[in-house]
Design a protein around this ligand. Sequence first.
Ligand code: GDP
Ligand code: MN
Length: 398
Amino acid sequence: MNIHEYQARDLFEKFGVAAPRGKMASTPEEAEIAARELGIEKLVVKAQIHAGGRGKGTFKNGYQGGVHAASTPAEVKEIAAKMLGQTLVTHQTGPAGRVVRKVYIAEAAGIEKELYLAILLDRAKSAPVIIASTEGGMDIEAVAAKTPERIFREPIHPLLGIQPYQARKLAHALGLKGQQFSQATKLIQAMYRLFVAEDCSLVEVNPLVVTKEGNVLALDAKFNFDDNALYRHAEVVALRDETEEDAREVEASKYGLNYIGLDGNIACLVNGAGLAMATMDNIKYFGGEPANFLDVGGSATKEAVAAAFKIILSDKQVEGILVNIFGGIMRCDIIAEGIIAAVQETKLPVPLVVRLEGSNVEIGKKLILESNLPVISADSLADGAQKIVAAVKEGKAA
Ligand code: GDP
Ligand code: MN
């Protein structure tokens, strides 16, 4: 799960990570009031979307950049009016871009130096790793590719936590001295405490800046939270902005379904992640393109299966559906009931192939047969994949 920059700033404040002051606004009027309340002359207005590269982004209305300097509340209002409700395209949003629904009005820092700092999980080391670089403000992937020696990595022992000497090593790698050195060691340790306490999988500050006054501040913030730990962070879940997420994936998560939308035209509904992957492989092998990954899990109810069906059909690209269930914990009759309920409700606008195997398979097959619905049944995964690819081709030819 991701959060917005203005929300990240609140977490920084809570944990003592130094950052410029700011306020969020969702209308130009609110933006003007926020600027007045901040009472600062040098401000920045920043578009809030769950994607980076805003500074160099372009709005679809032609307005350049999602980060602008302003010096009066009136100017802040004017800039906010150009951003709010508009679609911002950056190298991270893809060509569709993201609609800006909120802006962040912050104290503008006079920048002396832009640095890079991030904490993430290194799965190979099974430990968090802190990454620091003197090449901040730009695309860190490009720095890693062209000048890897300018990226410094410090793994942290997951049980011992960050040691003061490690924070000093990182501050040194950032080329900092004196007051900035001690500010940076404090900031790095506070950021690590935040990373652990909130079960983050990524906290990235790009840029971390040295200001003209000589202070070290986190100017930007990108967070990723471990979804598996969200159950113990109600306060983090409350920060979720569903308008930033794929509507189908949001709906699926309400039913505990693992759904990921893809670009093809053959939808699949499967139990188990491994079987879902194999099903997608088979669809491709027989010349089709999967429209999604969907694992309904082992304990899906009839309602969840019906919901899964509707989510699949809400994708206008879908021209056929393959249901592939290997009933172990999941019983085939439950799947059959869910399919029948959903098909009766949606009138099934596309061909449907069903392959059932395992627990209660006979009851499941009987239920589908007796429902008199236009379901094509298959005897194996390969058979099912071939049948749905053929049915979609026929549907197109007709
Ligand atoms: P991103 O482009 O989405 O990563 O957004 P950032 O928050 O990193 O802002 C992009 C760039 O705008 C930064 O690298 C800075 O160069 C500039 N910027 C952002 N905030 C400020 C600020 O307070 N003062 C100044 N002078 N520049 C800023
Ligand atoms: Mn940035």
